[in-house]
Design a protein around this ligand. Structure first.
Ligand code: 13P
Length: 287
């Protein structure tokens, strides 16, 4: 059964580790992530962007697929199904469809409007026992066609949003989605430290987990980050393994064109990436 992300993140914050949010794109992604979490006895959050939700034929299809897998694969670790960077309408649709967690990304609204909309969604999520993530300060890079510059959040605004009763808070600290450019300045630990001082026990979320050096990940966790989002890195691993399979001509040997064979190296590569991240984040054995 899907669970809210509240308990797993409260434990992570207290235990000084982070739970990974791995974004899903299809059946292979979902299966690889769930099997790895189960094997490593790690809690896990499955992230679904609005674009990926549409691609997978809508939120109800996603809920059906994930719930089916939890049962048929015998998954016992805590799993949350979470809308990633949700719009106000998207958040409501996911609540309706049976997600167990949502992110409402109101970072592009003026702070007053972000507060008003977040407040309304917090009340609905509390009522349904769901977790809700809010964002202050946009995360850089491109996500579903929206390009942010990677600003640093205002710690006072973070406190204002945290006080609305959200479960977890994403604060921009110079992180960006996708690959980091050569001249990236790195994470602003000064901002993170100031945000954590004002928000106390609130689990903080680090977006753009792909390509952040290990020492920065560890430092971010030590300063209160309890959820780290990874998307692009699984896509890169999948594409790389699939390309190697085809370049080696394996799809032309025997029944190598069978999708169950063709997609297997990519699915295994996702498993390896997820394992590596769970070990780095410290969530192994915490389920
Ligand atoms: P990456 O694609 O950079 O790993 O970022 C994922 C993310 O933050 C999803 O919200």
């Amino acid at each position: 059964m899907l669970v809210s992300a509240k308990e797993m993140l409260t434990k992570a914050k207290a235990g000084k580790y982070a739970v990974g949010q791995f974004n899903i794109n299809n059946l292979e992604w979902t299966k690889s992530i769930l099997l790895t979490a189960e094997e490593l006895k790690s809690p896990v959050i499955l992230g679904v962007s609005e674009g990926a939700g549409k691609y997978m034929c809508g939120y109800k299809t996603v809920v059906g697929m994930v719930n089916g897998m939890l049962e048929e694969l015998g998954i016992t670790v805590p799993v949350a199904l979470h809308l990633d960077h949700g719009s106000y309408e998207g958040a409501k649709a996911c609540i309706e469809a049976g997600f167990s967690s949502i992110m409402f990304d109101g970072s592009h609204y003026p702070i007053e409007e972000n507060v008003a909309k977040t407040k309304e969604l917090v009340a609905i999520c509390n009522d349904k026992g769901m977790s809700i993530e809010a964002e202050v300060g946009s995360i850089g890079g491109e996500e579903d066609g929206v390009v942010g510059a990677g600003e640093c959040a205002d710690p006072e605004e973070c406190k204002m949003i945290a006080d609305l009763g959200v479960t977890m808070l994403a604060a921009g600290i110079g992180n960006i989605h996708g690959k980091y450019p050569e001249n990236w300045a790195g994470l602003s630990f000064e901002t993170l430290d100031a945000v954590q001082q004002l928000t106390g026990d609130m689990p903080l979320v680090l977006h753009g987990g792909t390509g952040i050096p290990e020492d920065m990940i560890k430092k971010a966790i030590s300063l209160g980050v309890s959820k780290i989002n990874v998307n692009t890195e699984c896509q890169l691993s999948f594409a790389d393994a699939t390309r190697k399979y085809i370049e080696a001509g394996k799809d032309l040997e025997g029944k190598g064109f069978d999708p169950r064979k063709l997609l297997a190296p990519g699915a295994d590569a996702i498993k390896a990436t997820v394992k590596e991240k769970m070990e780095l984040f410290g969530s192994v054995g915490k389920a």
